[in-house]
Design a protein around this ligand. Structure first.
Ligand code: BDR
Ligand code: CA
Length: 311
């Protein structure tokens, strides 16, 4: 018996690994990508929005509506972006080499487009946020009546161990801790959190990147986008391999059950001290599924196989 196609919205801040994740969704017949919404994060909002449109064009999916969302966090300004990882343009200096996108972004904006997709879908919709959670916190705050229309939220972010932005905070959580706290502590929608602990345990190495590039012109272009990110990983961690964080989360959205969650309450440190943005397990409150385990070789192989189908 074939499974029903899953309606999906990706909320994103492309971002090199975001680009891999969007291409992965475009290559996956199990999902119907209804919209891509954008948020500030790796680079400022105008860049993340332009990048989302160009990546969709590269994937041959510029029919997917794009809508821009939050340009800043909910409460406290946070000026730190991640150009050191993703390049000044957010796509490893290669954004201008990708195809020109088609339609303009939807003028209604991210929250209105998310709400419309939820209202209009016959089936509950999966939302895969792979950046700061600002748009999703706003959606839940403005449209609580739509929570039952969300099948699940699969978020790449957080860490139970070390951070990658401060000693304790992962980038997406650190960008907007109040939004992350809002989303992770609500009981209305099931949440799977895909933390650094897992995504850093399955870096894609030279063979993986080489096989991607050899898959065809789209794979070659994506591999070029990855080059700057690969250098940043070598410099920071001394490894010739890249964590495709966001693609790991989007694979779970496409194939539920790929990752193994542990149920626990998570709160986000929202004070302005050195712990800001840390995702801390324990205490009272609704549980989320924290994906700490997976067959990581199979995850990387599955992502690669799907990307190669794009040619
Ligand atoms: C997350 O931060 C961003 O730099 C990546 O795109 C990913 O979403 C990893 O910490
Ligand atoms: Ca991201």
């Amino acid at each position: 018996m074939s499974r029903a196609v899953i309606p999906l919205v990706i909320d994103t801040d492309p971002g090199v690994d975001d680009a891999v994740a969007i291409m992965l969704a475009a290559a996956s017949p199990e999902v119907d990508l209804r919209a891509v919404t954008t948020v500030f994060g790796n680079v400022p909002l105008p860049n993340t929005t332009a990048n989302a449109r160009r990546v969709l064009a590269l994937a041959g999916r510029d029919d997917v509506p794009v809508a821009a969302g939050a340009a800043r966090p909910l409460v406290h300004p946070q000026a730190e972006r991640a150009e050191a990882w993703h390049g000044d343009d957010g796509l490893g200096g290669r954004a201008s080499e990708l195809p020109e996108p088609g339609a303009e972004p939807d003028p209604r904006g991210a929250v209105a487009v998310l709400a419309a997709v939820l209202r209009e879908s016959a089936e509950p919709v999966t939302i895969a946020p792979i950046g700061p959670l600002t748009n999703i916190a706003l959606l839940l705050a403005v449209h609580p009546e739509l929570a039952p229309r969300i099948r699940r939220i699969v978020w790449m972010g957080g860490s139970l161990g070390a951070g990658n932005t401060t000693g304790v905070a992962e980038f997406n959580a650190h960008c907007d801790p109040e939004a992350a706290h809002r989303v992770l502590t609500q009981a209305d929608v099931p949440v799977t959190m895909v933390p650094l602990d897992l995504t850093m345990s399955c870096p894609a190495g030279p063979e993986w990147i080489g096989a991607l590039a050899a898959g065809g012109p789209r794979g070659e272009a994506l591999a070029q986008v990855i080059t700057h990110y690969r250098t940043a990983f070598r410099t920071r961690y001394g490894i010739d391999a890249v964590a495709v964080h966001d693609a790991v989360a989007v694979l779970e959205a496409i194939l539920p059950g790929t990752l193994t969650p542990t149920s626990m309450a998570i709160r986000v440190a929202c004070d302005l001290g050195p712990a800001r943005g840390a995702t801390v397990a324990g205490g009272a409150g609704p549980h989320v599924g924290v994906a700490l385990d997976a067959d990581t070789d199979a995850v990387l192989a599955e992502i690669l196989t799907r990307l190669r189908t794009l040619g």
